[in-house]
Design a protein around this ligand. Structure first.
Ligand code: NAP
Length: 342
């Protein structure tokens, strides 16, 4: 049964620093959605909250155009097909993925949706975690960009988050010595006790830099999710030929003027490199990676954790959890209850 109204969340302002209560607007709109030719009507089930959304709110050159003011906020989501238009390739009840945005319902052209290839034993949420963008980022970043080898020393920042927690575990699988960096003692305990890293360091501790020097010494690969001061320090701890996988710089996403790096000249003396990458460039290899990661999930050698927020109305304030460290594992919003078909 279709409702008479539904909720959508639009972008109202481009905040110069932290996201505030006036950044987004909640709009209740009449339900007058109908799937046209080659279209589907989708009920959104889960919405992914990602740090990249903060970049999409800025009016700046990037790999995607910014979200327009007044437009529905961007976001990857999973939904259930409620109605198909003439000639649509989908069937009612299919679970589909797409950049459906922050809305409870929507009509989309077939070409903007992909049917989720739900493998036996996998949960729908796994496709937002280890089998989704963050898991694939961990996989290709570490293997393809970092080229991590057995016996090497790997350091991972943002280690208790969606991407970092998978990087740590793949690092152990590859036979590396893994050092994790996270923002609380609880997260460090989870990383050491449950995920099996060799040592986790709390970057909020006043002893962090000394602890790093003592525990890690120098490293071969740094998988960096946070940028800023920790990256600047890491540049002083390079082994010869070290690789820095520059995945993200969340510490600077809420600022308009990052402070910059002063230690970069170590890259020359240590013949090291720092390389940015985008997981989107690996789209042709997603199936290959998903086969391997789902095998790891099935045998229990990769663990996952989700932080699930209930209700689209809570998405705006929940986005801040990524910036204040309130999430452990993958942050998602459950927009509607999971259909019985699953
Ligand atoms: N290149 C790509 O294709 C690609 C794809 C996906 C994601 N990414 C990047 O990967 C990174 C992680 O994304 P995710 O989705 O997996 O998020 P996440 O790690 O699940 O969540 C973000 C975490 O960052 C940490 N953090 C926030 N502010 C920080 C600061 N100032 N200093 C240090 N740590 C801070 C917080 O944990 P603590 O409690 O530890 O502070 C928070 O939980 C982001 O930078 C994102 O942009 C890149």
């Amino acid at each position: 049964m279709a409702p008479s109204t539904y909720l959508q969340v639009t972008l109202q302002e481009r905040p110069p620093a932290d996201i505030t209560p006036t950044t987004f607007k909640q709009e209740i709109v009449p339900f007058s959605l109908k799937a046209g030719t080659g279209q589907i009507l989708v009920k959104i089930l889960y919405l992914s909250l990602d740090p990249a959304l903060r970049g999409a709110m800025k009016d700046q050159r990037s790999y995607m155009p910014p979200v327009k003011l007044g437009a529905v906020m961007r976001g990857t989501a999973f939904g259930e097909v409620m109605e198909t238009g003439q000639g649509s390739k989908f069937e009612v009840g299919d679970i589909v993925e797409g950049a459906f945005g922050w809305r409870e319902y929507g009509v989309f052209d077939d070409k903007f949706a992909t049917k989720l290839d739900l493998r036996p034993g996998m949960d729908i949420l796994d496709y937002m975690g280890p089998l989704g963008t963050t898991g694939l980022t961990a996989y290709f970043g570490l293997l393809d960009v970092g080229k991590l080898k057995a016996g090497e020393t790997l350091v991972v920042s943002g280690a208790a988050g969606a991407t970092g927690s998978v990087v740590c575990q793949i690092g152990k699988k590859l036979g590396a010595k893994v050092f994790a960096i996270a923002g609380s003692d609880d997260k460090c305990q989870w990383l050491e006790k449950d995920l099996g890293v060799d040592k986790a360091l709390n970057y909020k501790s006043p002893e962090f830099y000394n602890d790093f020097k003592k525990a890690v010494g120098y490293f071969d690969v740094y998988f960096d999710n946070v940028g800023g001061d920790i990256l600047n320090f890491a540049l002083t701890r390079l082994n010869k030929g070290a690789r820095i996988v520059f995945c993200g710089a969340i510490s600077d996403y809420n600022t308009t003027k990052p402070t910059g790096l002063t230690s970069y000249m170590n890259l020359i003396s240590q013949r090291a490199k720092i390389e940015g990458f985008l997981v989107l460039d690996y789209v042709n290899r997603f199936a290959e990676a998903r086969r391997e990661i789902s095998q790891w999930l099935k045998e229990g050698s990769i663990k996952r954790r989700f932080h699930v927020v209930q209700g689209l109305q809570n998405a705006p304030q929940s986005l801040n959890l990524l910036f204040n460290g309130g999430n452990t594992g993958k942050l998602v919003v459950q927009v509607a209850t999971t259909p019985t078909k699953l």
